[in-house]
Design a binder for this molecule. Structure first.
Ligand SMILES: C[S@@+](CC[C@H](N)C(=O)[O-])C[C@H]1O[C@@H](n2cnc3c(N)ncnc32)[C@H](O)[C@@H]1O
Length: 476
């Protein structure tokens, strides 16, 4: 069984190295005459000449390409975006199946958490056995989200929160307009609409729901779900599914709306920087892919405008906030560490949520009256080395395989990042001018969910107790 979050107890860390094409070789000569620098803690082959010769490509430029690029270089955020979202070989385009438990769990009849775990494992196997009957796949990427595990209670809690706030401030002058970015199987949408129809028909009459979904496969599934039963068919005239990336959004939406993003930030591409330990200058990471499809990292003193803007916005917005980073240790200690023989010539990497910053910009400029409701992981166990670093994992023969670098065969690996909600709250406020509240997943659902519905006979409550590493942020 595989979660994208904390349920790693059954996920075995295997070497996974057959997926990475990095080849440790002899130590390169350090390049001093240019602005860019090859990392030296992995001792790859010197690829400096290739770096000068190969063209720079972007994830946008690769969208029409059916083959993974070779003999090219690109920024880390373009590499991650291409790996996850390329329409032909990207992870979310072709490979993903989000687990659905079938009938909702009847928590009130489940004795305790071990039994819930057992039942979940059983349903996982049944779900996958059925899929294997249609098409056997050893590399099926299957994982679950809280929306699915705790349906319909999870969606109902979000609906309860929205209806309460809508009635307090917008009703009857405005419709209840809901946007959801990245709707997965479409379960949250159905659970929210079912709830509103059941408890508040007047509000339901004024509800409109729009999904913005990058994956064509998932958009089709969401549409299919709307026609799967008479109950869901009833919602179809309220729902519009827009199959595009939220980063391509260009329509101005002046009306007040709620904007949902549940477990979506974690897959937004990031840039990477390392710092010169002496001068503290950030250097931006790029990836070189050679003729054999092997990956090499390079760091450039010239930051591209997006990464440079992120650092500027963060510096301005987070003046009063302490956050973790490679430059937080005392300079003398850093210098000492880097002067040791064989020490790397740059600090550990720090991943910058540049796509998330761009998402906030879209919210601020295209949805000026939005109220964001988002939930995601504030920390992730077994991440790759670095600050704000991702977990990179795939699934093979029904087991999770973790690797130690995002530079792996594009499209086969989930690359998911933690969100520093403190920093993000400051950046969101700076960009959109709106105020927020951040709370733990547990606090939010304790307040808004039907917690009795998810309580087991032992008194344990998985919806509150699991996802300890997740937070919720809302616009207030
Ligand atoms: C981890 S799944 C979460 C699904 C669902 N929200 C849930 O909680 O079950 C991430 C979802 O976001 C979508 N997604 C990721 N990046 C996106 C983007 N830039 N624009 C629109 N959808 C995106 C993925 O295709 C997928 O549906």
């Amino acid at each position: 069984m595989c979660s994208r979050s904390v349920a790693v107890e059954q996920c075995r860390q295997q070497s996974g190295q057959r997926y990475t094409r990095q080849q440790p070789e002899k130590k390169p000569k350090t390049t001093v005459e240019s602005n860019w620098q090859q990392r030296t803690d992995h001792f790859p082959l010197n690829k400096s000449e290739d770096f000068k010769r190969y063209p720079t490509v972007t994830s946008d430029g690769l969208r029409s390409r059916k083959e993974r690029p070779r003999r090219a270089k690109m920024l880390m955020r373009d590499f991650i975006e291409d790996s996850l979202y390329n329409p032909h070989y990207g992870y979310f385009s072709k490979n993903v199946t989000i687990f659905s438990p079938g009938a909702p769990f009847d928590f009130n009849r489940i004795p305790d958490e071990p039994e819930f775990n057992r039942l979940l494992g059983e349903r996982y196997s049944q779900f996958e056995d059925e899929l294997d009957k249609e098409q056997f796949r050893e590399d099926r990427q299957l994982w679950h989200t809280p929306t699915e595990l705790f349906r319909p209670f999870y969606g109902e809690a979000i609906a309860r929160y929205m209806v309460a706030n809508y009635k307090l401030t917008l009703y009857p002058y405005h419709d209840l307009v809901i946007y959801e970015v990245g709707a997965g199987n479409g379960t949250l949408m159905l659970n929210i609409l079912d709830y509103i129809r059941r408890v508040d028909p007047e509000v339901y009459a004024r509800t409109r729901y729009r999904i913005i979904e990058v994956s064509s496969a998932l958009a089709k599934l969401q549409d299919h779900g709307l026609y799967a039963s008479a109950a869901s068919r009833g919602h179809s005239d309220k729902v519009e599914i827009i199959n595009k990336s939220v980063f391509d959004w260009d329509t101005y939406v002046p009306e007040p709306c709620f904007f949902l993003a549940m477990e979506v930030f974690d897959n937004f591409a990031h840039d990477v920087v390392r710092y010169d330990p002496d001068t503290e200058q950030p250097m931006q990471g790029s990836v070189l892919i050679d003729a054999d499809g092997d990956f090499y990292e390079f760091y450039d003193r010239n930051l591209d405008p997006v990464a440079a803007r992120y650092l500027r916005v963060r510096d301005a917005a987070c003046q009063d906030r302490q956050y973790a980073g490679p430059l937080r240790s005392p300079p003398w200690l850093r210098k000492l560490r880097h002067s040791l023989p064989f020490a790397p010539n740059l600090t550990l990497p720090e991943y910058l949520p540049t796509r998330l910053m761009q998402f906030f910009h879209i919210l601020g400029t295209k949805f000026p009256a939005h109220r964001l409701i988002t939930s995601d992981f504030h920390s992730l166990p077994q991440a790759t080395p670095g600050y704000n670093a991702p977990v990179v994992q795939t699934r093979y023969q029904r087991r999770t395989v973790l690797v130690t670098t995002p530079l792996v065969q594009q499209g086969y690996f989930d690359i998911l990042f933690p969100t520093d909600f403190g920093v993000m709250e400051d950046i969101y406020r700076a960009i959109t001018g709106r105020l927020t509240r951040v709370m733990t997943h547990e606090d939010f659902f304790q307040r808004w969910a039907d917690v009795e519905g998810t309580e087991m006979l032992s008194g344990e409550n998985a919806m509150l107790g699991w996802y300890k590493n997740a937070s919720v942020m809302v616009t207030v």
